[in-house]
Design a protein around this ligand. Structure first.
Ligand SMILES: Cc1cc2nc3c(=O)[nH]c(=O)nc-3n(C[C@H](O)[C@H](O)[C@H](O)COP(=O)(O)O)c2cc1C
Length: 173
């Protein structure tokens, strides 16, 4: 299965992006996981731009989602919500429908103990509105202590939990 993973952070030293890349090392062998890094290139969502020829970055985002058998979204929390860049990326998909029935897993991660729970819940609300097939989710607190500086797993229990989450993408609920 081809899995596309997306981090909701644009920060160079993002913990969520580090986690998304570490998922490659947690995925069961039959899963090929790639990371989509283009959500920062998307214009602000505006239905007026979404005509016969949507912006190139939007076309690339939609194509990447279409080509994936399953999606993993990994979000930080800003001001008790989903980062604008990730919400913007999802807004572009409401009308085109790439999330409809798409096996999707949600991860939220924060250096705080709470695990970005409000962003987590908000992201699930948006994905359910788009009728994604949510196969599972994980809230990760203290994420800065779960991977080392090079993105190698420190927390083997978490790696195993996330391996199971990736595995559940093959079960279309
Ligand atoms: C403006 C701002 C607002 C933040 N708000 C929250 C918040 O509401 N909840 C939370 O858990 N962390 C919050 N944080 C801390 C982020 O979780 C932390 O910076 C995290 O590392 C960002 O994710 P990243 O490392 O993937 O970029 C905030 C950080 C910033 C800069």
């Amino acid at each position: 299965m081809n899995i596309l993973a997306i981090s909701g952070s644009l920060r160079t030293a993002s913990l969520n992006t580090k986690l998304v890349y570490a998922l490659k090392d947690a995925a069961p062998p039959e899963f090929k996981l790639s990371v989509f890094e283009g959500i920062g290139n998307l214009p602000h969502f505006n239905p007026d731009l979404d005509g016969d020829e949507p912006p190139t970055a939007v076309q690339a985002w939609r194509k990447a989602l279409q080509a994936a058998d399953g999606i993993i979204l990994c979000t930080p929390e800003y001001a008790n919500g989903v980062p604008g860049v990730l919400k913007n990326a999802l807004d572009w998909i409401v009308s085109s429908g790439e999330f409809v029935d798409k096996p999707t897993a949600v991860i939220s991660a924060s250096p705080l103990a709470t695990g970005a729970e409000k962003a987590h819940d908000s992201l699930l609300l948006t994905l359910r509105m788009m009728t994604a097939s949510i196969v599972g989710s994980s809230m990760i607190g203290n994420v800065n202590k779960k991977l080392d500086a090079d993105g190698v797993w420190i927390d083997e229990e978490l790696r195993s939990e996330l391996s199971g989450l990736i595995g559940s993408l093959s079960v279309n609920k």
